[in-house]
Design a protein around this ligand. Sequence first.
Ligand SMILES: N[C@H](CCC[C@H](N)C(=O)O)C(=O)O
Length: 259
Amino acid sequence: MEITFYKYQGTGNDFVMIDNRQAFFDIKNQALVASLCERRMGIGADGLILLQNRAGYDFEMVYFNADGRLGSMCGNGGRCTVQFAKQLGVITDKAYFLAADGDHYASISSDGTVSLKMNDVQAIECADNFYFLNTGSPHYVEFVEDLNQYEVFQKGRSIRYNDRFKAEGTNVNFAELGQLDEPMFVRTYERGVEDETFSCGTGVTATAIAASFKGRTNPVKIKTLGGNLEVAFNRNGEMVTDIYLIGPAVLVFEGKISV
Ligand SMILES: N[C@H](CCC[C@H](N)C(=O)O)C(=O)O
């Protein structure tokens, strides 16, 4: 079988996108998803996303991690899927879609920036040296010094596989608070990729919310290895509403692959 695919990236978090409105793709085939995401033998990506028809919505986004497992919510992938829906003519500049964690609204501005509404956060664990919250996917957030030199892979991996998290896994974000008038630098070790990625949208969202406990004011501008994002929200104690993840989402190339 030959599959037509599109490769998108959102601040360097990259995805294989497939138009599955005809429902030809076998979503149970984890080995196929993993092989398409593999960087040497396949197309290469942090995840794979199917755009599907869904009654009552413009479309449904089905997201898989690079390891082939069905994932939870993906913020950068969500923004890329909105651009992909526009490319396919499914939407124009506004979208209402279903993802693993429920409904999402999004809009595309004239410069191509995608603003994606994220689900409300209902609980935030504030521990001595970290925060833990779910922004559609689970995120551990720790503030550190000298993030450029920080061993994100080793430290992230040891937290992801510690006794608390090893069964379900978690994504692990490290951030440097920095000057409050400059973008905050964030790096993320991602579950399901099991490596540091260039950016993680739900992770950046979680980190922006955690940083609001440390004096960062809303909206929070973020710098990742792959580019800049912005997170706007309203936080009242542990309740966070009106959360928007804002940034670019770009088509890189398209092609066909025989599987
Ligand atoms: N990169 C994604 C997050 C994927 C989350 C996934 N790695 C997991 O929780 O298993 C994002 O932009 O939000």
